[in-house]
Design a protein around this ligand. Structure first.
Ligand code: UDX
Length: 436
């Protein structure tokens, strides 16, 4: 008999997982405490932007296999329960806030049927899975718990779920592994590497992977600082070191650094957990990674000040991009928005454009000025800051934009624009980490 699945938490991760598991042929119920989110998803509509997921969700709703509810008792029918709730940074420190993980496991415990498996997917501090498993042993001894971290990237969520580059499962026994193999059979059959680990290792794999990625980005941004000081070009440097397969060319894009709902909070939570474990020295370097990352934002503000004036009150700055990366409407810890808000706090008149992120950005920073069209955002600007590398910005015509601004000054915070083309149209261009 085919397994039935439940997905607890229908945010970015959960909604994607639910729709993808349904597309593999499983009956899936998604549960979320937010009635508004459940209503939207039940209509086959996404509460956020993710390329490809909208059509998949709509198609899966039509099959009748996929449903959403706020009622936790709906898990009673399911055999495998994926915990996909958020673990944000806590308000009073660096550690992850585990409130939602703990409350969702407690909420499903009374409804779990004999032999069911609870599978954590949320990113948690190492040790959480064992703690939850011990709790379940008392509250729902008929159930077991495993950990199966996700590695999905926003913008590629469906692809990363259905054709991941590996599947990692943290299990305490063979039975849990067998159940997960049954769930992921179609993915395993594609040749996806399968890694069985113990619970703590599975939890650590996720934060280790994100720490490595963050380190790569901050490494190249540190090189950008040195290139600026020494008269070098970080893009050429990145290209040259990237040809060494031991280094690899990906995630060496220098600019204003990383943001989003994962990398910043994950490296901080990892440091906080290491401290609790007495291993803080091992992760001391992550403090520097975080500092380099935040410094990249400050460097843009320094360039603006050095070029325009220390006092920005008389200047209008157009910011292109609000989301933390392109092809997403996510503005969580977005470097672009942070820079926009800091410039506004310094007295500048800041106008922000983004193809998808204006509404989420407005919720976070209601006092910034937003424009739906680039041509309206740049009107009369003393400087244009390219801070999120949407394709639309690479297609801008510098001559057309040049007729709208007050001063033809461009800062490329992502090193993605063709600066020769902009210069040929009479622009002064400053690209981070490039001195010429
Ligand atoms: C990340 C991980 O990649 C993913 O595996 C994990 O599951 C969740 O966290 P995501 O947050 O979607 O995914 O974004 P990612 O594509 O990793 O980019 C993170 C940030 O780094 C973005 O702000 C991006 O602009 C920045 N970045 C990325 C750079 O500044 N330079 C690079 O070379 C690459």
């Amino acid at each position: 008999m085919t397994l039935k699945l439940s997905v607890i938490g229908c945010g970015y991760l959960g909604a994607t997982h639910a729709a993808c598991m349904s597309s593999l042929g499983f009956e899936v119920v998604g549960i979320d405490t937010d009635q508004g989110k459940v209503d939207l998803l039940s209509k086959g509509e996404l509460p956020f932007y993710e390329p490809g997921l909208d059509t998949l969700l709509a198609a899966e709703m039509k099959t009748g296999r996929l449903s959403f509810t706020t009622d936790f008792s709906a898990v009673a029918d399911a055999d495998v329960h994926f915990i996909c709730v958020g673990t944000p940074q806590s308000k009073d420190g660096l550690a992850a806030d585990l409130t939602y993980v703990k409350s969702s496991v407690a909420a499903i415990a009374p409804h779990l049927k004999e032999g069911s498996l609870v599978v954590g997917k949320s990113t948690v501090p190492v040790g959480t899975a064992q703690l939850l498993r011990d709790q379940l042993a008392t509250s729902a001894p008929q159930a077991d718990l495993a950990w199966n971290p996700e590695f999905l990237r926003e913008g590629f969520a469906v692809e990363d779920t259905l054709t991941p580059n590996r599947l990692v499962v943290g299990v305490a026994n063979d039975r849990a592994e067998e159940i997960l193999k049954e769930v992921y059979k179609p993915v395993i059959d594609l040749g996806t590497p399968w890694i069985r680990a113990d619970l703590p290792t599975a939890e650590l794999v996720k934060v280790a992977a994100n720490s490595f990625l963050a380190t790569k980005i901050s490494f190249i941004n540190a090189m950008a600082e040195v290139c600026e000081a020494a008269g070098g070009d970080v893009t050429v440097l990145a290209k040259a070191i990237g040809y060494d397969p031991r280094i690899g060319s990906r995630f060496l894009q220098a600019g204003i650094g990383f943001g989003g709902g994962c990398l910043p909070k994950d490296i901080r939570a990892f440091m906080a957990r290491a401290q609790e474990l007495g291993a803080d020295q091992a992760l001391e370097f992550l403090r520097e990674i975080d500092a380099i990352n935040l410094r990249a934002r400050q460097r843009v503000i320094d360039v603006v000040r050095a070029d325009l004036s220390e006092d920005l009150t008389q200047y209008k700055i157009a910011v292109l991009g609000a989301t933390f990366k392109p092809d997403s409407d996510d503005v969580r810890d977005s470097p672009a928005l942070d820079i926009a808000a800091q410039l506004q706090a310094a007295g500048a008149q800041v106008v922000v454009h983004d193809p998808k992120g204006i509404e989420p950005a407005r919720k976070r920073f209601p006092n910034l000025d937003y424009q739906e069209k680039v041509v309206d955002a740049v009107k009369g600007a003393d400087a244009i800051l390219h801070l999120t590398e949407w394709k639309e910005y690479r297609e801008l015509d510098p001559s057309v934009i040049g007729q709208l601004v007050k001063s033809k000054f461009l800062i490329d915070g992502r090193n993605m624009l063709d600066r020769n083309m902009w210069r040929a149209a009479g622009w002064r261009v400053h690209a981070l980490g490039r001195t010429d």
